[in-house]
Design a protein around this ligand. Sequence first.
Ligand code: NAI
Ligand code: 15L
Length: 269
Amino acid sequence: MQNPIFQRLLLTGAAGGLGKVLRHSLKPFAETLRLSDISAIEPAAAAGEEVQLCDLADKHAVDALVAGVDAIVHFGGVSTEHAFETIVGPNICGVYHIYEAARRHGVKRVIFASSNHVIGFHKQTETIDASSPRRPDSYYGLSKSFGEDVATFYFDRYGIETLSIRIGSSFPEPQNPRMMHTWLSYDDLTQLIERGLFTENIGHTVVYGASANAHTWWDNRYASHLNYQPKDSSERFREQVEQLPKPAADDPAMVYQGGAFVAQGPFEG
Ligand code: NAI
Ligand code: 15L
């Protein structure tokens, strides 16, 4: 059955690496895609697009951003490890502002770009699922963990449904041995967002965002209702990844699911 389409869908982080891809791949899901970022969005809005720049740390600006949309794909924010002070505005205040605006404007569905760094301190020898304890590996991972809690709270209290995608590594190709496990193709990411937007009664579902890679640390049994069927696999890149210098066996990149993030910081001064 054909999906219904939204009248107006908001994409935050539209100037970013994934935002540039989603700007095109989400187009079929809405009459109008509202693109937002703190940075300039290029190229300029085309037919079926509108641009509204916004700092996620600014509550009033986010409120205006969310007015009139039917659903939110929230990909904006700081996407790598930094001092807590850098992360708190865009990611922690930002995710609260998004949900508070969703509540005020009656938006009932959010896709949240969470991250594998919510669970990054699990070892690469473990297989985990959505019920496994979170083990954030960074201030960045902590901010995503907070975002997942905000999603649960806004579902329990206000009935706003969310798909939190704990994205592994979504790039054109896996860039190191760890990403052979964590890689998520752009097509599979788009499929996950589509399933999150159009599956009924998802409450707050947490899904690990990985393609059908040959070796995985993540079990998506608690997201089976999404019927996510990844089409890609990192296996076709194995030969080229095996040519790259391999980190030592005790390097965090080879020990922890979150890789190098577990060892960045502290950030003083
Ligand atoms: P990116 O860094 O390329 O894009 C993030 C965008 O957010 C940027 O365009 C940036 O200008 C914008 N942004 C930053 N601070 C902002 C603020 N205060 N207000 C408004 N916009 C702001 O990152 P990427 O790779 O495109 O990731 C998108 C989302 O997916 C991020 O939330 C990231 O944490 C998440 N994610 C990405 C993964 C990946 O493999 N690419 C893996 C796990 C999570
Ligand atoms: C993330 O959460 C980051 O946004 C992305 O840049 C990658 O570092 C990715 O995780 C990863 O773990 O490979």
